[in-house]
Design a protein around this ligand. Structure first.
Ligand SMILES: Nc1ncnc2c1ncn2[C@@H]1O[C@H](COP(=O)(O)OP(=O)(O)O)[C@@H](O)[C@H]1O
Ligand SMILES: [Mg+2]
Length: 229
């Protein structure tokens, strides 16, 4: 397998503090793998994902996407990186409240896929014209998933993608993510605080206090269908 993204000594402090949200993190993501990142709340998972996805900038360190250092990119290059290479499911959904479900999706869609099909996949059939504020948290989360799936990407970052979903819906979404990796051969990274989910991963990183403290390789990852919870 070849390297999709890697980072070296990645560090992030917010504002002028001495607090390291990320502290000298080095890691890599292989092309086509399903990587799970676990860790307690506040351990730096979202910070790491935002930096790797080009959404936020590091304080120091390097991030390589297919051997190009994205920390040297200007704004335009970064925008293109996000647009052409990255899919992102945000922990806080990031839906535009003035736009309908359909408009939120088509705003960034790059695939010629049918919005109705994508909405059906995430269990939101017929919600095209609803506005985010009229949807439950779980429904908003699924809109943000539908939006991510409607664009082309090399790697999909999923920040707590099932945090607001019940068990049944969680399984449905995880099956979609599993299929993306196992059938469409996309690289998928799932951040979660649910350790059971790590059983579906090829590899698991554990984070604590802004550092990766453990790496586990699953030689035989389970299918979502085989995971009990
Ligand atoms: N925008 C921000 N401003 C200041 N501190 C932040 C900001 N975002 C995150 N942090 C802090 O950085 C640490 C890591 O946060 P985060 O990456 O969100 O962790 P996780 O996703 O693992 O819960 C936490 O202590 C958090 O309070
Ligand atoms: Mg987080």
């Amino acid at each position: 397998m070849s390297n999709m993204i890697s980072c070296k000594n990645l560090t992030k402090t917010y504002g002028n503090t001495n607090f390291y949200a990320l502290n000298q993190v080095s890691m890599e993501i292989e092309e086509g793998e399903l990587l799970v990142i676990v860790g307690a709340s506040g351990s730096g998972k979202s910070t790491l994902l935002n930096l790797l996805g080009g959404i936020d900038k590091c304080t120091s360190g390097n991030i390589y996407f297919k051997n190009h250092d994205i920390t040297t990119y200007n704004e335009k290059q970064l925008t293109n990186y996000r647009k052409n290479n990255i899919g992102f499911i945000y922990q806080s959904f990031n839906l535009i409240k003035e736009l309908t479900v359909q408009e939120n999706i088509t705003l960034i869609a790059t695939k010629h896929s049918n919005v109705n099909n994508i909405l059906k996949k995430v269990g939101l059939e017929g919600k095209n014209n609803s506005y985010p504020q009229n949807l439950s948290g779980g429904e908003q989360q699924r809109v943000s998933i539908a939006r991510a799936l409607s664009k082309n990407f090399d790697i999909l970052f999923c920040d707590e993608p099932i945090g607001s979903l019940d068990t049944e819906m969680s399984k449905q979404i995880l099956l979609l993510l599993e299929e993306l990796c196992r059938k469409d051969h996309k690289t998928v990274v799932i951040v979660t605080h649910n350790k059971d989910i790590s059983k579906m991963a090829d590899r698991v990183y554990t984070m604590k206090n802004g550092k990766i403290i453990h790496e586990q390789i699953n030689k035989e990852p389970l299918s979502v269908k085989e995971i009990e919870w």
